[in-house]
Design a protein around this ligand. Structure first.
Ligand code: F6R
Length: 609
């Protein structure tokens, strides 16, 4: 959840570290710091607050040096203060460590070191690592880091430098990503490729329980335990540097909402064969024979990815003969799992690093399931730990609130369901119809984005309401959940997503003129039932914002405000209905003066449980 960035080469390290940290700020933003080695000494600067606060602090100092490590923090142990910010050091100020993850046995290790007379200065778990490395250091930094990590329980992605060891950065990983970036006479490292994409697209991700020694001209990867050298090939990421820029948009969230036509297109590019009405998903081939025989299919994910999985369940039920379930990864991992043979578990994740989703698939593997992934970040942990999978190619998603990743996940879920469905009973006609409609989606999303001003005006009317409801049925029930989540997380307005049929079982008691309901009511087989729900709300004087199909006069007659969406197939509506929900959340947050891309208490990529 925090961000790490490192540089070693012939350029000044400080501007590169600051630039990288800015790109990682979405991962954590309560404090930040850098340590830069000038060949003799290490300069440490850290502060509570944003990277901009760190920049101000640095601007008064003369920091030079061609090698350094940096960190932006999302507090887990210890309040966000100057002293708790990373990098952390040992007592003598020789060892400098940045760390993502959690050292679970830190209090045991701390007591042990305190008995040796070592004094601690911070409330963080990370400080213990700096002292441990210093304790074991006798001139060999690799050995000291290996010995320190052997004592540690928990998760880590770390970067370490030592005052007496200029010219090398030590990296290590267990459960928290670290990627090496390969430059020309220089190397980078980061917890996320976004931090270095401006400098290089050639990367080497570390695997769990590996350590790397990175110098200006070289890098070597080895196992932490046995120091056994590992050969790893270089991966080239297809993200472009400008994709990670704002490009004139005021916020990443808005930019990423507007990138959805392209993201949806990219999710299908090269994967559709209209002649056969069967998608081509090369990533699934390794398990295709088993998947053809599969009866039991479980989708897992967290937050927005879980909501995509929930829509996915309805899509799979519509297009295939599979028995499909969807579960929150954070709950699934603690269930008593008992799978019928040939069960597949599909993990959905933008980052590919979400700790709960990773734990869920590891548990599923232990219980004999085969694993699939739909992941955005190439080479991420979930992508590597699943038996097969599909990248959704949404491009970098920087806004903490997930938007374009959601719609592109839905496209890949539909392609996968179509592929399996065509092997089951789905007819050529239905397959061809699905493909035709999928291809029309980017144009339809563009049409909807022209309504942004109208949606902004609706947000202006209601943004002062403290409580909102979102309701939908069947394919659009998960969109009600997602609409409420988006509004909550970026505007801090309390919102609840409900299956519309549940209204009469409780939530209708909340309805009053101050509580708007967003009713997702496209023209599908739930339309009539949704109209009844809207009537029930209106007769209790609740304002209704309806998201309905273009030209739906019935909805226009009863709703206070209407956002129209183009017509499509029932199971593709969620890809359209979610967009007004994203825009409503965005505009409410802006009107309330919220920090849209970095909402309080949140972080992109939740790598702790
Ligand atoms: C909400 C949001 C989160 C993520 C969740 C899973 O806007 O971004 O709910 O969807 O943390 O993250 P990934 O998809 O990276 O596994």
């Amino acid at each position: 959840m925090c961000g790490i960035v490192c540089y070693i080469g012939s350029k000044e390290a400080t501007p590169i570290l600051i630039e990288g940290l800015k790109r990682l700020e979405y991962r954590g933003y309560d404090s930040a710091g850098i340590a830069v080695h000038d060949g003799k000494n290490v300069h440490l600067v850290k502060t509570k607050g944003r990277i901009s606060d760190l920049e101000i602090k640095i601007s008064n100092l003369q920091i030079r040096g061609n090698m350094g490590i940096g960190h932006t923090r999302w507090a887990t142990h210890g309040e966000p203060t100057d002293i708790n910010a990373h990098p952390h050091t040992d007592e003598d100020g020789n060892v400098f460590v940045v760390h993502n993850g959690i050292i679970e046995n830190y209090s045991i290790l701390k007591r042990r070191l305190e008995k040796e007379g070592i004094r601690f200065r911070t409330d963080t778990d990370t400080e213990v690592l700096a002292h441990l490395i210093s304790y074991y250091f006798d001139g060999d930094l690799i050995e000291a880091v290996r010995r320190a990590l052997a004592d540690v329980e928990g998760t880590f992605g770390i970067a370490v430098i030592h005052r007496e060891s200029p010219g090398r950065i030590i990296l290590a990983r267990r459960g928290s990503p670290i990627v090496i970036g390969i430059g020309n006479g220089e190397h980078f490292a980061a917890s996320d490729v976004n931090a270095m994409i401006r400098y290089t697209a050639n990367v080497v991700p570390l695997e769990d329980n590996e350590l790397a020694v990175v110098t200006r001209d070289d890098f070597n990867i080895m196992t932490i335990q046995a120091a056994k050298i590992v050969n790893r090939s270089i991966t080239t990421v297809d993200w472009k540097a400008e994709e990670a820029e704002l490009n004139g948009f005021p916020h990443y969230m808005l930019k990423e909402i507007y990138e959805q036509p392209e993201a949806v297109n990219n999710a299908m590019r090269g994967r559709i064969d209209p002649a056969e009405a069967v998608p081509k998903l090369g990533g699934i081939e390794p398990v295709w024979d088993d998947l053809k025989r599969c009866k039991n299919f479980i989708i897992v994910g967290c937050g927005t990815s879980y909501h995509a999985g929930y829509v996915g369940r309805y899509i799979f039920e519509r297009l295939t003969d599979l028995d499909v379930d969807v579960e929150l990864a954070s709950e699934f991992r603690y269930r008593k799992l008992n799978f019928p043979s040939n069960t597949f578990v599909l993990a959905l994740s933008q980052s590919g690093e979400t700790a709960d989703t990773l734990a869920a698939i590891r548990e599923a593997r232990r219980k004999g399931a085969k694993l699939l992934g739909i992941v955005n970040v190439v080479g991420s942990s979930i992508a590597r730990e699943t038996d097969a999978g599909v990248y959704n190619h949404a491009g970098p998603e920087i806004g903490v609130a997930s938007t374009k990743n959601f719609t592109s996940q839905l496209v890949v879920l539909t392609l996968l369901a179509l592929l399996i469905g065509r092997h089951h009973n789905l007819s050529y006609t239905e397959g061809a119809e699905a493909i035709r409609e999928l291809k029309a989606l980017p144009g339809k999303i563009k049409e909807m984005l022209f309504q942004a001003n109208h949606i902004q005006a609706i947000a202006e009317k209601y943004y002062r309401c403290n409580n909102w409801l979102f309701i939908g049925r069947k394919f659009n029930y998960p969109i009600a959940l997602e609409g409420a989540l988006k509004l909550k997380e970026v505007s801090y307005i309390h919102a609840e997503g409900y299956a519309a049929g549940e209204m009469k079982h409780g939530p209708i008691a909340l309805i009053n003129p101050e509580m708007p309901t967003v009713a997702i009511v496209p023209q599908d087989d739930m339309h009539e039932k949704m109209i009844n729900n809207i009537q029930e709300i209106k007769s209790r004087k609740g304002p209704v914002i309806a998201i309905s199909t273009l030209g739906d006069r019935e909805v226009k007659k009863i709703a206070d405000d209407v956002i129209e969406i183009p017509r499509t197939l029932d199971y593709l509506y969620p890809i359209l209905t979610v967009i007004p929900c994203q825009l409503l959340a965005y505009y409410c947050a802006v009107l309330l003066g919220r920090d849209v891309d970095k909402p309080r208490n949140l972080a992109k990529s939740v790598t702790v449980e």
